[in-house]
Design a protein around this ligand. Sequence first.
Ligand SMILES: O=C(O)CCC(=O)C(=O)O
Length: 326
Amino acid sequence: MNNNPKKSKMKEFKLTQQELEDFRKNGYAGPFTLYTPEEIEQIWKRERLALLDRSNAVYPDDESISANTNIANYDRHLDNQFLAEHVCRREIVDRVRSMLGDNLLCWRSEFFPKYPGDEGTDWHQADTFANAGGEPQILWPEDEEFGGTITVWTAFTNTDKSTACLQFIPGTHEEMFYDETKQMEYDPSKNENVEKEGMRRGFFGYDYRQLQKDPNWKPDEEKAVSMEMKAGQFIIFWSTLMHASHPHEGKTDNMRLGYVARYVPSSVKVYPGLSEINEYGGAISLERFGCVEVSGENQYEYNRVLKETTTGVPFKNLIKYEEASI
Ligand SMILES: O=C(O)CCC(=O)C(=O)O
């Protein structure tokens, strides 16, 4: 029994046995609520302005800006306090711990905006994340046959079928239909708004179908489920799950915004041998990059870990924080 008053007050958010079984079968879990819609609306109003100040961001926005996605907006949790706290939130990290174990790193965060009229994201799976840049960004230890990352996609706005909500094909996370060692051609003029099975889809200037192992294969879209979410909810999924999003039909002037944090066990090598990333028509130097240890210990030498944001706000490690409160 835990008689420590501080510790017993801390609510845990681990997945139940049933949720874990469903996650293993389907490749995703949720949605779960983190913020109320009113809360996230207020927070986002404030933070979107704060994020315009890039003076402490780890990637400059000169070479990295490209037509379709701005890779300089990767990892803003390394300079923005709200995002730094968000990626360490217990409601998220406890659930990811249930899936991957206690020793966890957050290695990437990204914004996924869809403006009125935007195409949907094309069907894809990511194992090593060599898909766009051509070089593996994460590598699991050699004895692990399975790769990928756990993605936590938080809706900063409401999202439904007409405003670009995510789609999953349940149960597809353990077989790769794409080969990330193949190369895709970056050509936004050719690869934008292409109709695929009656839907306008693209992959930020690439055609993801170029990575298909079998050029004649097609995703089984009849099995697809649409993940409508309220602002403030998050969903957790394997990056190896077949996922996509609907186009934004433009029936409303409101954009949809997803903010993604990606997690791996600390045994995974992040950006092995890389000093920069070149993808989506941009380039960023990894000189100031580091992973965030969100839970437990990083027992390996190979990943650089940052203890605080570039403005000196410490990242909260779930287990160390609990131990310190005892
Ligand atoms: O938000 C989207 O449309 C795509 C998201 C995605 O591909 C991801 O989170 O890995």
